[in-house]
Design a binder for this molecule. Sequence first.
Ligand SMILES: *Cc1c(COP(=O)(O)O)cnc(C)c1O
Length: 341
Amino acid sequence: MEKPNLDWENLDFSYRKTPYRFVANYDNGAWEKGRLIEDDTVCLSECAGILQYCQEVFEGLKAYTQKNGDIVTFRADLNAERMIDSAKRLEMPPFPKEDFLRAVEETVAANKDYVPPYGTGASLYIRPYMFASGIVIGVKPSTKYQFRLFTTTVGPYFKGGAKPITICVSDFDRAAPKGTGHIKAGLNYAMSLHAYVTAHANGFDENMFLDPATHSFVEETGGANFIFITKDGGVVTPKSNSILPSITRRSIMYLAEHVLGMKVEERPVKFSEVKDFAECGLCGTAAVISPVGKIVDHGEEICLPSGMNEMGKVTKKLYDTLRGIQLGEIEAPAGWIHKIA
Ligand SMILES: *Cc1c(COP(=O)(O)O)cnc(C)c1O
């Protein structure tokens, strides 16, 4: 295969078919080993459990070309473990960790010419997912499932530098207190779309969801965790059982504490204290950190001191450290980077 002729630096975040994907089926109480295929379509019964009762979980991670030319993944073992937790909560048979990692390895290796070159800011996005493929009409878990993993080349999240975004406090709830907010399931996204479209229609980039029980603590956005920088340079991230445990956020908190020597806290964060923070960012695989410049609560504006022009200084340091590790410019903590090719 030859490197496809793509305008790497100007790709957006959208689906572009790559040649190979991985598929494994679950039937008679066991997962098969799985294999690479070329067919990008899924053939299902009209009565498949995924279509009727939405039994589906997914993951998202990236492969990068590092400075020395190596193609690597970042902490894929945590994605494998999180998908196991997600599956259990939806009564799905967990896809084994070693098979998940093999699926990542084989699919990225097979599509390696679609991993963007170092220095372009682009990457190969990897989407593992599993769903109920068996017939279900009475409400119960399916007996058949399919695991799939495909890749798609995506462009740099920020073209021409990260501009701070404006977010609004949502009138909608993302996750119930003992619901499914902590797992990565399509159903959480289906129900967040109305809030997302409403926020956009009102001129905001994203929602800040508060805890659904009291609406007084910060949770997260539809697809990214919050970090806040205190005025004395510490990092605070909200703690709640209904927040999805972002691997990006966990990595940033680790680096802040162990590499940059910063004070870190994971604790409940009252919305009323947000006005006292110096910087705010959204953490996720897609953007690493998106800086937040303004938070609007029903007409009342909180303008972060870091402003609307650029990423806050401390946020930038965290961003540069994590990006540097992913791109092989900074030495990674043991086990974070896995070389594929
Ligand atoms: C995927 C996701 C995140 C980000 O997690 P990463 O592992 O950092 O990509 C945050 N919040 C929600 C709701 C998510 O689904």
